[in-house]
Design a protein around this ligand. Structure first.
Ligand code: PLP
Length: 424
């Protein structure tokens, strides 16, 4: 900055001049003016460069996830390789007829095909999917939910609140630890409750263990009102036909889209960016007449995604249909053998190669740990690693900084190894 070898000006420098002196940061001038103003009004013009830097650091930027948490909520859940050129698309044009088409006949139709549903539609996220489904099917009526499934997912998604916002009335059934099909039958038989939907919610991010009981999807599927199953995590098919080695053991009892529909759910809802491995989105899939009801609800227009999200979902879904799980970063990362991680780690040529445990993350599969490999160096270096041009997000374990190779793209190995070496 100007002035280090000149006497300090008596009057504060002009905002404009100070802002211009920060042009090298690459920030647009109005933001530099903000930084200059803040610094000058704090009586410390020299701090403008630091303020400009913190403005820049608050912007969205690519980072290297070295935490071993595969769907890291702070790092955008599932990583995704998808770009859209500056071009038009047939978002709402039917190329066959030349007539106006529906954006729901593109990626959503493929998702329906991939999970065996009659129809599907896409909204902004799973919270929106649940809200829209309940509003479309049960506005002004009752929704029966087990007391053991009145969950809160991260970020303030609480089933009772979402339900209230959708204009439906919560009808609690059973107890926290034990709910039976007969409890639901009683609720449905009670005319005062006027049950419009039976709702099953997956306990994504916690487990109740011990003296527990919950009805199965098939037990709840023929009570009369449509059964909506919020499976949340978005596992498409429990057999994982897109993985050469079949389903990993840790998937265990995770509910899957195809099997939940086969068990009789009328509709399912799930996230696009958890185990599905796509962009942030919420998918509603199942019976065509009910999906049509959701599409026709006024909220649907407010919650609809654009071509960026639909394009990314289409690419992800085509990979599933091709059986190419390796092309979906989430599935590629979870199925990489430990031995190939170990081989990469030994190439780092820095620190110690250590055994670690990676986790699926993203509020899915609580307690699941996937054996992994890390590189460890003594001391807590998280801050300098975070301050790199491309930040590296690492963990500290017992006074050592550990980078976990399961979540690091092999193309980034050299960059991470160099950064670790620079810390020593
Ligand atoms: C994650 C989750 C949600 C919320 O999904 P978002 O896509 O983050 O809105 C809702 N229900 C269940 C069961 C979930 O696991």
């Amino acid at each position: 900055m100007a002035g280090t070898d000149q006497p300090r000006p008596e009057r504060p420098p002009s905002v404009d001049r100070l802002a211009r002196s920060l042009a090298h940061t690459g920030l647009p001038h109005p933001l530099l003016v903000d930084a200059a103003r803040t610094a000058i009004s704090a009586g410390d013009p020299d701090s403008a460069a630091l303020i400009a830097r913190s403005i820049k650091r608050r912007m969205l930027t690519p980072v290297i996830n070295a935490t071993g948490t595969i769907l890291h909520t702070n790092l955008g859940r599932a990583p995704l390789a998808w770009q859209q050129d500056a071009t038009y698309s047939n978002l709402e044009l039917d190329l066959l007829s030349g007539e106006r088409g529906s954006r729901m006949s593109t990626a959503p139709a493929l998702i329906a095909r991939a999970c065996g549903a009659e129809a599907a539609m896409v909204v902004n996220n799973c919270a929106a999917a649940v809200m829209l489904t309940l509003a479309a099917l049960a506005e002004g009526r009752g929704v029966a939910v087990s007391r053991g499934e009145l969950v809160e997912i991260g970020g303030g998604f609480r089933i009772p609140e979402v339900l209230a916002r959708s204009g439906a009335t919560l009808v609690e059934v059973g107890t926290t630890n034990r709910t039976r099909a007969a409890d639901f039958e009683r609720a449905v038989a009670n005319p005062d409750s006027d049950i419009g939907v039976v709702l099953q919610v997956h306990q994504s991010n916690y487990r109740i263990v011990g003296f527990t009981e919950a009805p199965t999807t098939s037990q709840l599927s023929d009570l009369g009102p449509p059964l909506v199953a919020d499976i949340g995590s978005g596992l498409l098919d429990s057999r994982c036909p897109w993985l050469a080695g079949g389903p990993p053991g840790w998937l265990d009892n995770e509910p899957a889209a195809r099997q939940t529909l086969e068990a009789g759910a009328a509709l399912i809802t799930f996230s696009g960016d958890k185990l599905f491995g796509g962009p942030q989105a919420g998918i509603i899939a199942g019976r065509a007449d009910l999906v049509a009801k959701c599409s026709a609800h006024p909220l649907a227009r407010a919650l609809r995604p654009g071509s960026l999200v639909l394009g990314a979902l289409q690419a992800t879904t085509l990979a599933y249909l091709r059986g190419a799980g390796d092309e979906i970063p989430f599935w590629h990362m979870v199925s990489t053998p430990v031995e190939s991680l170990r081989a990469r780690a030994s190439e780092y040529g820095v620190g110690q190669v250590v055994d670690t445990l990676a986790t699926p993350g993203g509020g899915t599969l609580p307690g699941v740990e996937i054996p992994s490999i890390g590189v460890s160096i003594p001391g807590d270096h998280r801050r300098p690693l975070r301050e790199l041009t491309r930040p590296i997000i690492a963990r500290v374990v017992e006074q050592h900084t550990v980078v976990d190779l399961r979540t690091i793209d092999p193309a980034d190995d050299h960059e991470v190894a160099t950064a670790l070496r620079d810390q020593l």
